[in-house]
Design a protein around this ligand. Structure first.
Ligand code: NAD
Length: 471
């Protein structure tokens, strides 16, 4: 009889082992459990099983695979609270706000959306010269390698379209959040056929084994630009297909016609969602001199009033950084900004006596474009606000970095906002919001933020091979 995975205790028991690597709560340092760590031989075995399972999975119709995916979504819904509890402990993200429960809910929504997209044969030519059609057929085995910031949601972004298109999947979670991904996969595997979806927890060496594996046909990767470059090099040997969702340093430009009080909350959460540990979060904000002080004050007020603490406590909506390395990066960048003469309006100065990797929500003003806190992805709760006098200059600053994931324009004038949006170089430019994603709307980066698109029908096509038939 299979175990009921709808409680946190049962789910944790199903995914932890006695002798694996220890996993700790980043808010308290408490041991959560031990995770299995795979060997490269186990990667080989998983890939061999995935290749065998792909034959029957790929032979199903779209309707049959979609039915499985809806059943998988039902299973996620039934275990949603248990999954959120795992996220709250392992990632540290609070249960409430746009955090753990939100992430578990998004997994269900993404599965259903991917189950329901229509992907029909496209007729390209049908006239006296002949008929040509294009179909999207399975690639084979997809290797999916993920980061630690949204471990379940990003896994779903990778596995849902891959499965829908008839591929089998071998997932390599981040070594920082192995339990979250194993929990999600245990829940999904209650309903999926054997070996269609497998997980090989491990560190970078296991990621490398996946990306170099000759029997893996496509890599879906989300993580840093540096690792993305290594994966692209590994993939070249077998001409593997790759989708790379990499780092960003998203700019937001506020125009001088906004109602500051009305937008302040959306600006704050655009930057501080998941305590700033979000690829497409607002990471540098350009504000005109005429309303600069008002915007700084409004954001500092929210930063001071927003509760931060342990993930499992219901009152919090900001949590710790997920790991010590990330906490050091944020602290170092803020200290460098202070030493360069910037003003730390609120935050900075983490409490050295507090356990866990906390860093307070920090607003930095009077900072110049060339400061490292502006130039480097901080990936944490510290927002630099840069003053501008000339909109053309702000657009130039927004565009001058070598990454381009998201960006945003904030204005009361829709036409003017659109005009500025058209001049920003990024995969997505949002207007009067930042980082809002939708399973129907393609998402991806330009420049060193990545290659390829996820979500929507475009996303399905990227985990399939275009097959033309012509007569
Ligand atoms: P990372 O690149 O350090 O690690 C990501 C994954 O790659 C991990 O599972 C890791 O074990 C694995 N890995 C490490 N070395 C490898 C190698 N040589 N070959 C194959 N795999 C290897 O990234 P991270 O620190 O986990 O994530 C944070 C970064 O991810 C930030 O830059 C963030 O902006 C980016 N990110 C991007 C998106 C997006 O959609 N564009 C989403 C989330 C995070």
């Amino acid at each position: 009889m299979s175990t009921d995975l709808t409680t946190y205790e049962n789910l944790l028991n199903a995914i932890t082992v006695d002798d694996g690597a220890a996993v700790h709560d980043p808010a308290t340092g408490e041991l959560i459990g031990n995770t299995k760590m795979s060997t490269t031989a186990e990667v080989d075995e998983a890939v061999a099983r995935a290749r065998e399972a792909q034959k029957s999975w790929g032979a199903l119709t779209h309707a049959e695979r979609s039915a499985y995916m809806h059943k998988a979504a039902d299973a996620v819904k039934a275990s949603a609270e248990a999954l959120a509890q795992v996220l709250a402990r392992e990632v540290g993200k609070p249960l409430n706000g746009p955090n753990a429960r939100f992430e578990a809910g998004a997994c269900e929504a993404w599965l259903r959306a991917n189950a329901d997209f229509e992907i029909a044969e496209e007729v390209l030519v049908d006239d006296e010269s002949g008929k040509a059609v294009i179909n999207y057929v399975p690639i084979g085995v997809v290797g999916a390698i993920g980061p630690w910031n949204w471990p379940m949601m990003i896994s779903i972004w990778q596995l849902a379209p891959s499965l829908r298109m008839g591929n089998t999947v071998v997932m390599k979670p981040s070594e920082h959040t192995p339990l979250s991904v194993q929990a999600l996969i245990a829940v999904l595997n209650q309903v999926l056929p054997d070996n269609v979806l497998q997980v090989v927890p491990g560190a970078g060496d296991i990621g490398q084994a996946v990306s170099e594996h000759p029997d893996i046909d496509k890599i879906m990767f989300t993580g840093s630009t540096k690792t993305g470059q290594a994966i692209m090099r590994s993939a070249a040997a077998d001409m593997k297909r790759v989708t790379l969702e990499l780092g960003g340093n998203d700019a937001g430009i506020v125009l001088d016609d906004v109602d500051v009080d009305q937008l302040a909350d959306d600006l704050f959460w655009g930057a501080f969602i998941n305590t700033g540990q979000t690829c497409a979060a607002l990471k540098r904000l350009y504000v005109p001199a005429s309303i600069y002080d008002d915007v700084v004050a409004a954001l500092a007020k929210i930063a001071t009033e927003t509760p931060m603490g342990q993930g499992v406590s219901e009152e919090n909506v900001l949590g710790p950084l997920q790991n010590e390395a990330q906490q050091k990066i944020v602290a170092g960048l803020v200290e460098d900004a202070r030493n360069a003469g910037a003003t730390i309006v609120t935050g900075g100065n983490p409490d050295a006596n507090q356990p866990g990797y906390f860093y307070p929500a920090t607003i930095v003003s009077d900072i110049s474009q060339d400061n490292p806190l502006v130039q480097i992805e901080q990936f944490g709760p510290a927002l630099p606000i840069i003053k501008y006098d000339d909109l053309d200059q702000a657009i130039e600053w927004a565009n001058e970095l070598d990454v381009g994931l998201g960006s945003s324009v904030w204005s009361a004038d829709a036409a003017k906002a659109r005009e500025v949006a058209n001049r920003l170089i990024a995969g997505t430019t949002w207007i009067n919001k930042h980082g809002a994603i939708d399973p129907r709307v393609p998402f991806g980066g330009v420049k060193k933020s990545g290659m390829g698109l996820e979500f929507g029908v475009e996303g399905l096509k990227q985990v399939a091979l275009p097959k033309v038939t012509a007569r």
